[in-house]
Design a protein around this ligand. Structure first.
Ligand code: UTP
Length: 306
């Protein structure tokens, strides 16, 4: 391990998945269950996120959990009772599905006592992460596995050093719901240099319609910045505010580059997007798709006649 270097040669291997938010937009479903456990078709949202980390060769996963951590831990642990029952029935395919999540990766857990914001959640990862760059994947943000993003972000971090965020162009009327980035182009079509960031800008104040989405590759210098970051929007310690500080640096955590994502993404913490994710992914499934699609077609036809 090389100490004190911001531009490391060791391939990034650690993924941090914050899943300690209150999920108030989804109450009452999230009263006793983390929103990351809500099923998207038949798998909890968080399992898609862990699968994405694993396919980007991030073998060490740290999950930041909150007061409802039990269901998350249990989901990625063995369930011997269920396995035994399915074995007795000879139900191999369901048995495989039960084991899938516990065989995925080695997952570590740390608790964020008080949900003081995404920045604070990331800061809880410091003792585990140490002094190497690491990835952050938001537990309620789904990136379609056919549109790989994280591997590209890791390449960009290895090429430029500093930190890398994921950006997506959104309707200007929607930008107030996201972090917004001021950007300048680079030689690569999908890579931009980030020069400023504003979390949930007021109308007319957004530097661009490029929105920050839930994937990051961060230099560990972000921890020192987060320790000094005052609560911002909604009284929460915002990761965007710490990244804003890094975007003004050339070393020690900066520069900040953005990878522009043009693929499919769902924010499962938002009810509308959650429903769209389920419909789309169900339609595309080999087992459920054909029947569901034909039902959906007749449902839509009926709706249009009303
Ligand atoms: P959100 O901004 O969606 O906030 O968090 P939230 O509190 O979970 O949900 P709402 O807005 O009340 O419905 C983005 C990600 O950051 C995590 C969440 O779990 C989610 O994956 N997070 C947020 C934390 O881990 N800790 C926090 O203090 C805040």
């Amino acid at each position: 391990m090389v100490h004190g270097m911001t531009h490391s040669r060791t391939r990034i291997s650690k993924a941090v998945i914050p899943a300690a938010g209150l999920g108030t937009r989804f109450l009452p479903a999230t009263k006793a269950t983390p929103k990351e456990m809500l099923p998207v078709v038949d798998k909890p949202a968080i399992q898609y996120v862990v699968e994405e980390a694993v396919s980007a060769r991030l073998s060490d996963v740290l999950m930041i959990t909150g007061r409802n951590k039990r269901p998350l831990e249990d989901h990625f642990d063995r369930n011997y009772e269920l396995e035994e029952a399915l074995t007795r029935k000879g139900d191999e395919s369901r048995l495989a599905r039960v084991r899938e999540s516990s065989d995925l990766a080695t997952i570590h857990y740390v608790r964020q006592g008080d949900p003081r914001g995404l920045g604070h959640a990331v800061l809880c990862a410091e003792p585990h992460v140490g002094d190497q760059p690491f990835a952050v994947l938001l537990g309620d943000d789904l990136i379609d596995p056919r549109d790989p993003l994280l591997a590209r972000m890791i390449d960009v971090q290895e090429q430029h050093g500093g930190s890398v965020i994921a950006l997506m162009e959104v309707d200007p009327a929607q930008i107030h719901m996201y972090g917004s980035a001021a950007i300048v182009p680079t030689g690569d079509r999908d890579v931009v240099r980030v020069t400023d960031l504003v979390e949930k800008p007021d109308t007319g104040q957004a530097p661009s319609s490029y929105a920050v989405i839930g994937r990051y590759v961060l230099d560990p210098a972000v921890f020192e910045v987060l320790k000094k970051t005052e609560p911002g929007r909604n009284g929460e310690i915002q990761l965007t505010d710490a990244l804003r500080e890094l975007s003004g640096r050339d070393v020690h955590g900066g520069p900040v580059h953005g990878v522009v994502f043009r693929g499919r993404r769902y924010d499962t913490g938002d009810r509308g997007d959650y429903l769209r994710a389920i419909v789309r992914l169900a339609c595309e499934r080999d087992d459920l798709g054909p029947e569901f699609r034909s039902w959906l077609r007749s449902y839509v036809t009926e709706e249009m006649q009303e």
